[in-house]
Structures are given as structure tokens and as C-alpha cells.
Design a protein around this ligand. Structure first.
Ligand code: DAS
Length: 356
């Protein structure tokens, strides 16, 4: 039986069609590119309950296929940038990743980048990107503490949440971010604090920047230091980095290590001192000699939290040392290497540690 639409409904239908046409239809979803680099998130398990696995085996296509739900968040494409366990990351790989991120985020049709990465050095790659990619667009790193196929595997939800953060306009201008275990960490503070647990990542001093719960992104704060678009460093001008080494302080530290490190050609040393960044008295003397011979010396701390302060037990000014503030040793090394591309004087280097 043919049912004639009463004229009122025809007018309403026409009005809806006109509104949709004027509005241009539903807004397009953001475009997010996923750069895969390896790690546990791409690992292949031996069994669901053994914790034994081979990292960096699954290709990006399999990572995306395992989380079809991300298509509800963004228009996603994937690229395999490298395939390594992140303990094998190198400066050259950092530069390669940063250059690709920079290229992608300069494109009008890309709104954010997610990098799947091993967790061991994720904080280092994130910090390097935070300092060298001149963009306001979201750069989000994520990974997994348990491999696919393991009971309680966390990679799929971490990837889903990372795409949600990369697709969120709230993430713009916050620098490189790390999404793990429902937390959004800033690249400056995030660090891996546990060998195996799903909540291995923390931001010890100030906590995460926000949370992401099944794709629901909420930010509570942001960093006040310079980064990304406001950074003095630009990956387009960086082809290599001068080497800086990290020496770990402890009772009875062997000061000959300082001379041996400098014989390798390192131009700087980050000393992970005890407590408030304290080297032993013999180590202070050896580091002062290294400083006077032109090496850049930065005092950091092995404690894992808190800022190393100037002139507490060490006369930094007289000895030619800089302090790392609250940057951990591995991040201090990265900032020192970048600073050495622009400055040699320890006081100028100290300013970088006050600004970033
Ligand atoms: N070895 C670890 C790495 O690739 C595995 C991981 O946790 O991602 O960093």
C-alpha cells in the first residue's frame, strides 16, 4: 500500500537535507599516522603465561589489524619505520624518526602521529622529539609491557588510547606525550620505573599530564618549559650529535673511568651522583680536571626524583659544572648532546637546563 507522506513531513525532510548539505555532512575524522619502531607491543609470545617473548617481530599491519576499533577514532595509516627492541635505539634512529615525524606533521592532511616503541628507552626518544620537532601537532608514543598473546596484554588498549590522544585537539601544543596504562605523561617527566609491571611508567615529581580511559581524553596540566614549536633545536638542522657519557656515582667510585670516557672522544659527562648529585671528593677533582680540559660536566642524580641544585655541597661555579635540575641522567645526556651542538661554555649549557 502506497503511503503518501503528509506535506509537513516532506518539508521537514527537505529541511534536514538542506541543513546536512549546508553543514557539509558529518565532520571528517582526524588523520593519524602510526609509525612502528618495534618493541614488546610488536612482540611474539612463546605462551600466554610465561612472559617469554621475542620483541620487535609483528609488522605495523598486524598491530593495526588487532585494534580495528581505532577506525572509530581517526583515519589511520601505518608505516614501519624500523623494527628494534628499544634497548637497541641509536642517535641515528632518533634522527630518522624525528625527521619522519617532522615531515608528516608539516603536511596539511596529517593531524597527529603515534609512534609504537619499545618501553625501555621510550622516554629518551620522546624527549628527543620533544626538543627537536618544531610542531604544535600531537606526537604520542606508546608501547606495551606485555606482548600480544600474553594474558593481560596491554598493547592493544594502549594503542587505542594513543590514537585517541593523537586525534584530540586538546593534545595540541603539549609536546611529545607518552600514553601507557591509561595515563598521559609529558615527555619531560615520564620515566620507566619498573621492570615488568603494566604501570611501569611514572612522572615522579608532578604526575601525569592527564588520563585517557577507553579513548576519553582528559588533561589536567601542561609543562611550563620550552619544547617542540618553541624549541631552539630543529631536527631539520641536525645530522649528528656529539657524544656525552653517563657515569653512575657510588661509594668508592673509580675516578679513572672519567679519564677513560674522555679518551673515547666524549665531549661531555653526565655524572649520576648520589643524593643531590654528589660525586665523591676524588671524583669532584677528576671532573674538575675534565672540565678545565674542555669537557662539559653536568651533575644529575641517581635518586630518580628531585632536582639537583646548584652550589649545595659542590661549588659548581668554581669547578665549571652545570646541574641537571630534575632531569634524570638519561634525559640530561640528550639535552647536553643537543646543547653541545649550539654552545661549548658550561654557563651557556646551564641555561639550556634551566629552559627545557
Ligand atoms: N625490551 C623492551 C623494549 O623494546 C621491550 C618493551 O618493553 O617494549 O624496549
Amino acid at each position: 500500500m502506497r503511503r503518501d507522506f503528509p506535506w509537513t513531513r516532506r518539508i521537514a525532510a527537505l529541511a534536514l537535507l538542506a541543513a546536512a548539505a549546508a553543514w557539509g555532512g558529518a565532520p571528517e575524522k582526524p588523520r593519524v599516522v602510526i609509525l612502528a619502531t618495534g618493541g614488546t607491543i610488536a612482540g611474539r609470545s612463546v605462551s600466554a603465561v610465561e612472559g617469554t617473548y621475542r620483541p620487535a617481530e609483528l609488522p605495523v599491519e598486524e598491530l593495526l589489524a588487532a585494534v580495528p576499533e581505532i577506525d572509530g577514532l581517526a583515519r589511520v595509516t601505518g608505516e614501519q619505520l624500523c623494527q628494534v627492541a628499544s634497548q637497541d635505539m641509536t642517535v641515528d634512529l632518533w634522527i630518522r624518526i624525528a625527521r619522519r615525524v617532522d615531515e608528516l606533521l608539516r603536511r596539511e592532511d596529517v593531524d597527529g602521529v603515534v609512534i609504537t616503541h619499545g618501553t625501555d628507552t621510550m622516554e629518551e626518544t620522546a624527549w628527543f622529539l620533544h626538543l627537536t620537532v618544531r610542531t604544535d601537532e600531537p606526537i604520542v608514543l606508546t608501547g606495551a609491557m606485555r606482548p600480544p598473546g600474553s594474558l593481560g596484554a596491554d598493547g592493544a588498549l594502549n594503542l587505542y588510547n594513543a590514537v585517541a590522544v593523537a586525534a584530540s585537539p586538546e593534545s595540541r601544543g603539549k609536546g611529545a606525550l607518552l600514553v601507557m596504562n591509561d595515563a598521559i605523561h609529558g615527555a619531560r617527566e615520564a620515566t620507566k620505573r619498573h621492570t615488568t609491571r603494566a604501570d611501569a611508567f611514572a612522572s615522579p615529581l608532578f604526575g601525569p599530564l592527564g588520563t585517557v580511559h577507553y579513548g576519553d581524553v582528559v588533561f589536567y596540566r601542561e609543562s611550563t618549559r620550552r619544547h617542540t614549536a618553541s624549541s631552539a633545536f630543529d631536527i631539520r638542522e641536525i645530522d649528528a650529535l656529539p657524544e656525552a657519557a653517563i657515569l653512575y656515582g657510588h661509594a668508592g667510585f673509580d675516578t679513572t673511568l672519567i679519564d677513560r670516557v674522555l679518551e673515547t672522544g666524549a665531549r661531555g659527562i653526565v655524572f649520576a651522583g648520589t643524593g643531590n648529585g654528589n660525586p665523591s671528593a676524588p671524583a669532584v677533582r677528576a671532573l674538575a680536571r675534565a672540565s678545565s680540559s674542555g669537557a662539559a660536566i653536568v651533575r644529575s642524580s641517581r635518586t630518580g626524583a628531585g632536582a639537583v641544585t646548584l652550589h649545595a655541597e659542590v661549588d659548581d661555579e668554581a669547578l665549571g659544572f652545570a646541574v641537571a635540575g630534575d632531569l634524570n641522567p638519561q634525559k640530561s645526556r640528550i639535552l647536553l648532546m643537543l646543547a653541545l651542538t649550539r654552545a661549548g661554555d658550561v654557563r651557556a649549557i646551564q641555561e639550556y637546563f634551566f629552559m627545557y
